[in-house]
Design a protein around this ligand. Structure first.
Ligand code: PSV
Ligand code: MN
Length: 424
């Protein structure tokens, strides 16, 4: 289904007076208001094709109704999200969960709802039916060259799908690792990974990038071959300028200072982008900003500062993407909340009084430095987000509008109650 703009406008109209009051209150104190609104309007976050169905855990999966049954229906759902928030103009495909059988018609369908294709993701963490070699003991790091070759070929095939869709990046996450001490020669595993990635890298078109994601554990519980940002960075450096490190917020041990990692990667020109989610314990894949919104803000503070230092375009020069999997919520509502949380953190980071912060840092005025960050963080920027959305033709309140329009009930009517989307 598609949401007609007039329906969003009608609902906006009902909330307009209240929105105006709230907007004017916060806008009065925002320096460069037009610039902030313009930046918020330009900011988009890609939606992963595997997040549109209800996610599961290893204990089970409780599917919701009206889940997309095909790539076409996933594109429709992202179209719904984008119509509401005007900040989700691309979709990221995981191959082979979502194979674009007819790229031209898939591209045309996406374009109809204002979407294009973000990075394509390879999958060598699961065995597929009829696959010759198993990935039980890894893929690109495998001791057997034949397994590595199969995984390399899969990645090259994914690039080919991406080229047909005008994607510009291959996102690689490997589950390769070991479960027990002694299982693996770390050095060999790393070297095999590097050699395999090099072959994939050599197959990248000139204007493509390779994003290398790291993760400390799971599904392997003793070691992961690309376990942290250092290992990813090392690989990306050896591979060359097209390769860089992708930060998934859930892929850190508790207490890790992610914002510092982001700052250093950015300084080195090796920050590819993000998989946004939130977590309390491990890779929980919870709604962005639902557990630790302050950390999200601190990450965005480093991003804005670091990107400005390098003269980068906030909207375009980093890959922004959600990677969440919701077990109990309506996936579309959850994604709307995630995008909203990201925009809130971004807007707050744009409000940081940078000049005064630099002076405070140079004077070792710790108290003032903290005050400056927390003043920005404690500003209710939601009316700024709503205004930017309104200006772009979206909704003042995406989740509220989604509910008022009974989108899920319509999807259930259209697709049925018992549908299951591809993904984990
Ligand atoms: C692995 O946990 C991961 O973060 C990778 O990005 C995968 O592609 C994705 O999740 C699969 O859900
Ligand atoms: Mn991820």
């Amino acid at each position: 289904m598609q949401i007609e703009k007039y329906k969003i406008d009608e609902i906006n109209q009902q909330h307009l007076a209240k929105h105006r009051r709230q907007f004017e209150f916060v806008a009065a104190d925002v320096a460069n208001l037009d610039l902030v609104l313009q930046k918020l309007g330009a900011f988009n976050i890609a939606i992963p094709s595997w997040a549109l169905g209800t996610g599961g855990t290893r204990f089970g999966r409780f599917s919701g109704g009206g889940e997309p049954r095909s790539l076409e229906e996933k594109i429709e759902d992202v179209g719904v999200i984008h119509a509401l928030n005007k900040s989700s103009n691309s979709i990221s495909l995981h191959i082979p969960w979502d194979i674009p059988e007819n790229a031209a018609s898939i591209k045309a369908l996406a374009a109809q709802v204002g979407l294009h294709f973000d990075a394509v993701n390879s999958n060598t963490f699961q065995d597929q039916p009829n696959q010759k070699h198993s990935y039980k003991y890894g893929s690109l790091h495998h001791v057997d060259k034949a397994v590595r070759k199969q995984a390399i070929e899969h990645n090259i095939e994914v690039i080919k799908y991406g080229v047909q869709l005008d994607s510009k990046a291959l996102s690689v996450w490997l589950s390769d690792g070991s479960n027990f001490p002694g299982q693996l020669n770390f050095r060999r595993a790393f070297q095999n990974t590097q050699e395999s990635l090099q072959e994939i890298y050599d197959a990248l078109p000139d204007d493509w990038k390779m994003w290398i994601e790291y993760k400390p554990y799971e599904p392997n519980f003793y070691s992961t071959t690309i376990g942290d940002w250092g290992q990813s960075y090392l690989l990306a450096s050896k591979l060359g300028a097209k390769a860089s490190t992708l930060v998934d917020l859930g892929h850190h041990l508790q207490g890790t200072n992610i914002e510092q990692i982001v700052s250093i990667l950015l300084m080195e020109g090796k920050l590819a982008g993000f998989h946004f989610n939130d977590s309390k314990y491990g890779d929980d894949d919870l709604t962005v900003g639902s557990i630790n919104p302050y950390q999200l803000f601190l990450i965005f503070n480093e991003l804005v500062e670091g990107m400005d230092a390098r003269g980068m375009n906030h909207a375009k020069d980093i890959g922004w993407m959600i990677d969440a999997s919701h077990n109990v919520k309506d996936p579309i509502e959850d994604l709307l909340q995630s995008v909203q949380a990201i925009k809130i953190a971004y807007a707050q980071a744009l409000l940081v009084d940078k000049n005064t912060l630099v002076t405070a840092q140079n004077n070792n005025d710790v108290t003032l430095a903290q005050e400056i960050l927390q003043t920005a963080y404690r500003t209710d920027v939601r009316p700024l987000i709503a205004e930017a959305s309104l200006l772009a033709g979206g909704s003042i309140d995406p989740v509220g509008t989604y509910r008022k329009l009974n989108v899920r009930a319509n999807l259930i009517k259209e697709r049925g109650l018992k549908t299951v989307a591809t993904g984990l």
